[in-house]
Write a protein that binds this ligand. Structure first.
Ligand code: UDP
Ligand code: MG
Length: 331
């Protein structure tokens, strides 16, 4: 048994651990029923209670991220008949990262498992994850070994992203591990204490540390509905990831500026010697333009980069909450 957790293995002493499954949902009316029935089926079949193999208790917390369809109504219907199911509604669409944070804060389980509602995070993995947790792991990651259900563009951009972020970030993140993972109460408490606004959960998950193991799985296609991530949103998420994980991009400009200054200095020396020895040349309009445009471009890029950081500082300083809960059912 893991020291410091609040349960006994297999319910010895009558203490059954609680596992909270946190599910952010945004316009997902078509996927919810299927998700609930799959989870219920998995819980019923993965543990053989008759043989004394006791499952943990489960709660399923849906976080309605400002859906404009019938998502909230569908979940409310389930709440009435199934005591496991709980719902919090956010007052508008705050994005998956904030919705997940909201769910993690209201979850009371000894372990928390964030899951997508579209069954791309296979429920079959629940049992192995929980077994690893009961054996002592505080974080159980799930790594996609096969992303063939994603488009080629998404796969190659994901690969490029992990390469870039892992060469820059202070704390590398494991490639192809999504938000689907098991987090022990200690890890959840640590995450809940992090007050940052531009939340990039994958980065935060790796930053908190804790003893972790990684399971592997093949990511299936979406059960129904369409992906809620537009390319522009993914680019934004990637930028958030890099900027919240490292300040290296800011420092790069010092190096680039210094190198350009050195080159300019050497060039100036060459020009002076050249003028003294050969006399004044015809003025070089083209080379002058190139130098001006090049330096102007560099200036704008580095200003933009500063702006990205300063913008995030501004959001942080305003200190608004990450999300607003407008309603909750089942708590
Ligand atoms: N989601 C959310 N808020 C958003 C976008 C998505 O809560 O603004 C939820 C969505 O309902 C789903 C999960 O996040 O449960 C993953 O979304 P999706 O399947 O669209 O992402 P993908 O699997 O394509 O990365
Ligand atoms: Mg999905």
């Amino acid at each position: 048994m893991l020291e410091g957790t609040s349960f006994d293995v297999a319910g010895v002493g009558g203490n059954v651990p609680l596992v909270s499954i946190v599910v952010p949902v945004f316009n997902e009316q078509d996927t919810i029923a299927r998700f609930i029935s799959e989870i219920e089926a998995t819980i019923a079949s993965a543990w053989d209670e008759a043989a004394g193999d006791k499952p943990p208790c489960f709660e399923i917390i849906f976080v309605d991220d400002g859906s404009r369809d019938d998502t909230s109504r569908v979940v409310r219907e389930f709440c009435r008949t199934n005591p496991r199911i709980k719902l919090i509604c956010l007052s508008r669409n705050f994005g998956k990262e904030s919705a997940l944070s909201a769910g993690m804060r209201v979850a009371t389980g000894d372990a928390v498992i964030p899951m997508d509602v579209d069954l791309q995070d296979p429920p079959d993995l629940l049992r192995p994850m929980i077994d690893q947790w009961r054996a002592g792991a505080q974080v159980v990651n799930a790594r996609r070994v096969d992303r063939s259900s994603d488009t080629a563009i998404k796969r190659s951009s994901a690969r490029a992203f992990y390469k870039v972020i892992n060469s820059l970030a202070d704390h590398p993140i494991e490639p192809d591990v999504g938000d689907f993972r098991l987090l022990d109460r200690a890890a959840v408490n640590a995450l809940n204490r992090l007050g940052e606004h531009n939340r990039f959960n994958k980065g935060l998950f790796s930053w908190i540390g804790f003893q972790s193991v990684t399971l592997e799985y093949t990511r299936p296609a979406r059960s129904a509905g369409t992906s809620k991530w537009k390319a522009s949103k993914l680019v934004g998420l990637a930028l958030d990831g890099v900027i919240s994980s490292t300040t290296l991009p800011l420092r790069i400009w010092t190096a680039i500026g210094a190198s350009i200054a050195c080159i300019a200095f050497i060039y100036a020396g060459y020009l002076i010697v050249n003028t003294l020895v050969w006399g004044a040349d015809t003025p070089g309009y083209a080379s002058l333009m190139v130098a001006i445009l090049f330096l102007g471009g560099l200036n704008l890029v580095s200003l933009g980069l500063l702006g990205e950081y300063i913008g995030r500082i501004a959001t942080q300083v305003r200190g608004r909450p990450l999300y607003i809960i407008s309603d909750s059912v089942g708590f």
